[in-house]
Design a protein around this ligand. Structure first.
Ligand SMILES: [Zn+2]
Length: 379
C-alpha cells in the first residue's frame, strides 16, 4: 500500500530546472547563490561559491571525462521491456516511453568505449533523469556486456553511478542485476583488469549494494548522497539519531568506504592518472590472487602462495619480465593474474597438502579465469 505511494514519489522524473533555456542565471540549489549560466557551465556545473555539484546528464559526463569524439556507444540495442506487465498508478510501459521521450536515452545507462588522454577504456555512465537512474534488467545487461568487453579488450572499466536503486517495476528481474554484475566484476578482478567506480549524487539502493561499491578504486563527488536505504527509513528502523553528515561522501570517506572525493573539475585528470598508474602497474610481475569464491585450501593447492607468503621469484634470467602479455592488449585473458607465469604457480609453490585438489584443470595457465572450472563455495 504505502510503498506504492513511495515509489511514485521516488521515481518522479526530475524537472530540469537548471536547464532553463532562457535563463541567463541559475540559483545554486545549496547556497542560493545566483550563478551566471555560462560561468556555471565553464565550471562543469558546480557552484563557484560552495562547490555544490548540480546533477548533469550522462552525455555531459562523457563530454567532460573523455577525449573529444572518442566515445562509441555500445549495446544500445538492449532496452527494457515490460516483462511483468506492471502497473501501479500508470503502466510501466508508459513510464518507459515517457522517459525515453524526455531524456532522449533508451535506458538509464550509456555504455561504450572511449579514451582518456589517449588511453582506451570501457565506460558506463548512469543518468538519473531516466526513471531515477534505476537499475533495470536492460541497464544491468548493458553493464554486464560492458564488463565482458573490458575482459575481452583488457581495457580498464569505469562505471559512474547515479541511481535511486533497483527498478521496482521489474521486480526480481531488476534485483538479479546486482548479482549478475558483481559476478562478472569478480571475473574482471581475477583477470587483473582494473575497475574504477565513481559515485555521484545520489548513489543508493541496489546500485550501492552491488557494482558501485566494489571498484578497485572508488571515487565520489563531494557531498554526494551514498547509501542503501534512505536516512529517514534507517532512523525509523533503528530509532536513533543519525550522525551529522550521515551518508554523504565525506562521511563515507572517513569510514573507509570510498577512496577519494574528487571535485568534478578534477575528475578527468584523476581518472587519467589512475589509468596511467594501472597501465604501469600491469608491467610489473603479478602476484597470484585468490579467485572470487575460491577456498583457501584450493587456492594454496592450485593458485599459488597466499598473500602472507612472498610471491614467486621472478624467472631467473629475466627478473623484470612482464608476466602478462601487456604489450598485446588485444588478447583475451590467458595471462591474467600472473598465475600462468613460467615458473608455475601450481607446481613447486603449492604446498602438497592436497595434490588431488590440483586437478589438471589449468594446463598451461590461468588458475584465474578458466571458464569451465566450477566455483567452489566460499569458506
Ligand atoms: Zn552554491
Amino acid at each position: 500500500m504505502s510503498w506504492l505511494k513511495k515509489s511514485k514519489e521516488g521515481l518522479r522524473t526530475p524537472q530540469r530546472k537548471r536547464e532553463l533555456p532562457d535563463g541567463l542565471w541559475t540559483k545554486c540549489e545549496d547556497c542560493g547563490e545566483i550563478l551566471y549560466q555560462k560561468e556555471l557551465e565553464r565550471n562543469l556545473w558546480t557552484c563557484t561559491k560552495c562547490s555544490y555539484h548540480f546533477r548533469i546528464s550522462a552525455r555531459t559526463y562523457l563530454k567532460i571525462l573523455l577525449d573529444e569524439e572518442s566515445f562509441v556507444e555500445r549495446f544500445s540495442e538492449i532496452v527494457s521491456t515490460d516483462p511483468l506487465k506492471f502497473r501501479d498508478t500508470k503502466r510501466y510501459a508508459d513510464r518507459l516511453r515517457k522517459a525515453r521521450e524526455e531524456t532522449g536515452l533508451s535506458e538509464a545507462i550509456l555504455v561504450g568505449e572511449g579514451a582518456i588522454e589517449g588511453r582506451p577504456l570501457v565506460i558506463g555512465v548512469m543518468d538519473f533523469s531516466f526513471l531515477g537512474g534505476s537499475l533495470a534488467s536492460a541497464a544491468g545487461e548493458r553493464i554486464a556486456r560492458g564488463i565482458l568487453l573490458a575482459l575481452e579488450t583488457r581495457h580498464p572499466l569505469v562505471l559512474l553511478s547515479s541511481s535511486g536503486g533497483a527498478r521496482m517495476f521489474e521486480g526480481i528481474l531488476s534485483l538479479m542485476q546486482m548479482a549478475k554484475t558483481n559476478a562478472l566484476l569478480a571475473r574482471l578482478s581475477d583477470a587483473g583488469v582494473p575497475y574504477i567506480s565513481i559515485m555521484t549524487h545520489p548513489t543508493t539502493g541496489g546500485v550501492t549494494a552491488s557494482f558501485a561499491s566494489v571498484g578497485d578504486v572508488i571515487l565520489a563527488e563531494p557531498r554526494a548522497l551514498i547509501g542503501f536505504a534512505g536516512p529517514r527509513v534507517i532512523k525509523q528502523t533503528i530509532n536513533q539519531e543519525l550522525p551529522e553528515g550521515f551518508q554523504r561522501s565525506e562521511f563515507l570517506l572517513a569510514k573507509g568506504m570510498i577512496d577519494r572525493i574528487v571535485h568534478r573539475n578534477e575528475l578527468r585528470r584523476t581518472l587519467a592518472s589512475l589509468l596511467h598508474f594501472f597501465a604501469a602497474a600491469a608491467l610489473l610481475p603479478q602476484k597470484p590472487r585468490r579467485r572470487a569464491g575460491e577456498t583457501l585450501a584450493r587456492f594454496r593447492a592450485v593458485g599459488g602462495p597466499i598473500a602472507s607468503t612472498p610471491p614467486p621469484a621472478p624467472a631467473p634470467g629475466a627478473p623484470l619480465q612482464p608476466v602478462q602479455a601487456d604489450s598485446t592488449p588485444g588478447v583475451t585473458a590467458p595471462g591474467v593474474n600472473g598465475a600462468p607465469s613460467p615458473q608455475g604457480t601450481q607446481g613447486p609453490q603449492g604446498p602438497a597438502e592436497a595434490p588431488d585438489e590440483a586437478p589438471g584443470t589449468t594446463p598451461g595457465g590461468s588458475a584465474a579465469f578458466p571458464a569451465d572450472r566450477e566455483i567452489p563455495i566460499r569458506e
